[in-house]
Design a protein. Structure first.
Ligand SMILES: Cc1cc2nc3c(=O)[nH]c(=O)nc-3n(C[C@H](O)[C@H](O)[C@H](O)COP(=O)(O)OP(=O)(O)OC[C@H]3O[C@@H](n4cnc5c(N)ncnc54)[C@H](O)[C@@H]3O)c2cc1C
Ligand SMILES: *[C@@H]1O[C@H](CO)[C@@H](O)[C@H](O)[C@H]1NC(C)=O
Ligand SMILES: *[C@@H]1O[C@H](CO)[C@@H](O)[C@H](O)[C@H]1NC(C)=O
Ligand SMILES: *[C@@H]1O[C@H](CO)[C@@H](O)[C@H](O)[C@H]1NC(C)=O
Length: 338
C-alpha cells in the first residue's frame, strides 16, 4: 500500500456515508475514495426522513461538549450551502416551526438548539389557537430542513465529478476489504447491527405519509409524535410513530390511519391534500452515537453510525470528527513506514 496515495472506502451511501465521502474529498485532495453500498438514494433510511434540523433532547454523543459541537458544526455546514445558489438543488431550505403541547411547556423547548437557531421563543396566547384545539403550551422557532430526496443525488453527483467512485455491493465482512483499502469508514446505519454484534444499536421504527400540500409553508409539531413538515416541492411529510426495537419494514395500515387522523385534527386543511405515499424507515438508534476508530480483522476502521432520528441534521458534525480520526490514522501509517 502506498501511504502517499491511500485507498479509502466508505461503506454506506445514506446521508452519513455520502457526507463523509464528500467532506473527505475536501480534506484529502488527490485521494481515491470509493463509496460501497447495498442501497442508494431512495433505498436508504435517510430518504424517508423529513430532515428537519431539530434534535430530540436525548440526542447524545460521548460527552455534552461533543454533542454540542456536532450540532453547531452541522448547523454552519448547512448554512454555508444555504448561502449559495446550490441550496435548492441540494434540497436545503429554511423552515419556521411551531411546537405545541397540551401536557408541558418544557417539551416544547430544546436546549440543544435554542442558542443556535436565529429564533426560539415561547408563543403568545393567540398563537395557541392557530390550529388544532386545546393547546396549552408552545414555542416558535426558525430552522432549516435538508431533504435527502434531493441532497443524496446532489452530493453523489458532485462526489463522482470530483473523482469519487461508487460501487454497488453488500459487505459481509471486513476481512474482504483488508487487501484493498488502507482505511474504511463504517457508515452502515442499522446495517451495523445485522452485520456485527452491536447490541447497543436498536431500530426505532418510523412511518410517515407524503401529502401534496403546497400551501403549507411551516412545520408543526404536536404531542404524541405528531408532526407536519413542508417540503421544497410542495410535498409535506406527515408523521409519525417511534416504535422501539421494531424491525417491520412494511407499511402498517393502522399506523397510517392513526398518523392521518392525528395530522388532520391538527391541520384540517390537510384533509384536502392528496396522499401520494406511505413510507417506513428504521432509525439506527444508539446511545451514544458511535464515532470512533477500531481495528477490525486487521482493517483500520472509523465507525460513524447510530444517529437514531437525527442523522440528517447531524451528518456533517459527526462526519468531521470521523474524518479527523481517519486522517490521524493515515498520518501514523505514513510515520510508521519511515
Ligand atoms: C420517519 C423518519 C423521520 C426522520 N426524520 C428525521 C429528521 O427530521 N431529521 C433528521 O436529522 N433525521 C431524521 N430521521 C433519521 C435519519 O433518517 C437517520 O438518522 C439517518 O438517515 C441515518 O443515516 P445513515 O446514513 O446512518 O443510514 P442509512 O440511510 O440507513 O444508510 C445506510 C447505508 O448503508 C448501507 N449498508 C448497510 N449495511 C450494509 C452492508 N452490509 N454492506 C453494504 N452497504 C450497507 C445501506 O445500503 C445504506 O446505503 C428520520 C428517520 C425516520 C425513519
Ligand atoms: C486512483 O486510482 C487509480 C488506479 O486505481 C490511479 O491511476 C489514479 O491515479 C488514482 N487517482 C488519484 C487521484 O489518486
Ligand atoms: C460553531 O461553529 C462555528 C463554525 O464552525 C465556529 O466558528 C464557532 O466558534 C462554533 N461555536 C461554538 C459555540 O462552538
Ligand atoms: C460496522 O461496525 C460494526 C460494529 O463494530 C461491525 O461489526 C461491522 O462489521 C461494521 N460493518 C462494516 C461493513 O464496516
Amino acid at each position: 500500500m502506498d501511504s502517499n496515495n491511500p485507498k479509502i472506502a466508505v461503506i454506506g451511501a445514506g446521508v452519513i456515508g455520502m457526507t463523509v465521502g464528500a467532506m473527505l474529498q475536501q480534506e484529502l485532495r488527490n485521494t481515491n475514495i470509493t463509496v460501497i453500498a447495498e442501497g442508494f438514494k431512495e433505498d436508504t433510511v435517510s430518504c424517508v426522513a423529513a430532515g428537519i434540523f431539530r434534535p430530540g433532547t436525548s440526542f447524545k454523543g460521548p460527552t455534552k461538549e461533543v454533542t454540542k459541537k456536532w450540532i453547531n458544526e452541522s448547523w454552519y455546514y448547512w448554512q454555508d450551502i444555504l448561502k449559495t445558489p446550490e441550496a435548492p438543488l441540494a434540497g436545503i431550505m429554511p423552515v419556521s416551526s411551531y411546537i405545541f403541547s397540551k401536557e408541558n411547556y418544557f417539551i416544547t423547548r430544546n436546549h440543544l438548539i435554542e442558542d443556535l437557531v436565529p429564533i426560539y421563543r415561547p408563543v403568545e396566547k393567540d398563537e395557541l389557537k392557530l390550529c388544532g384545539e386545546g393547546w396549552k403550551y408552545g414555542s416558535y422557532f426558525s430552522t432549516i430542513k435538508i431533504g435527502c430526496d434531493r441532497y443524496l443525488p446532489w452530493v453523489e453527483k458532485s462526489f463522482i465529478e470530483k473523482g469519487g467512485k461508487i460501487e454497488n455491493g453488500r459487505i459481509d465482512s471486513f476481512a474482504s476489504l483488508r487487501s484493498k483499502y488502507d482505511l474504511v469508514f463504517n457508515c452502515t446505519g442499522l446495517g451495523a447491527k445485522v452485520l456485527c454484534n452491536d447490541h447497543d444499536l436498536v431500530s426505532v421504527r418510523g412511518q410517515i405519509a407524503k401529502a401534496k400540500a403546497p400551501w403549507l409553508k411551516m412545520a408543526f409539531y404536536g404531542d404524541y409524535d405528531t408532526y407536519i413538515i413542508p417540503g421544497i416541492d410542495g410535498v409535506a411529510t406527515l408523521g409519525g410513530v417511534r416504535q422501539y426495537d421494531s424491525y417491520n419494514k412494511e407499511v402498517c395500515k393502522y399506523d397510517a390511519a392513526a398518523i392521518l387522523e392525528r395530522c388532520y385534527d391538527f391541520i384540517p386543511s390537510l384533509r384536502k391534500a392528496e396522499i401520494v405515499a406511505h413510507r417506513v424507515g428504521l432509525r439506527p438508534h444508539r446511545m451514544p452515537v458511535r464515532v470512533e476508530p477500531e481495528v477490525v480483522d486487521g482493517v483500520k476502521v472509523v465507525h460513524c453510525y447510530g444517529h437514531g432520528g437525527y442523522g440528517v441534521m447531524c451528518a456533517p458534525g459527526t462526519a468531521r470528527d470521523a474524518i479527523k480520526m481517519g486522517v490521524d490514522i493515515l498520518r501514523s501509517n505514513a510515520r510508521s513506514k519511515i
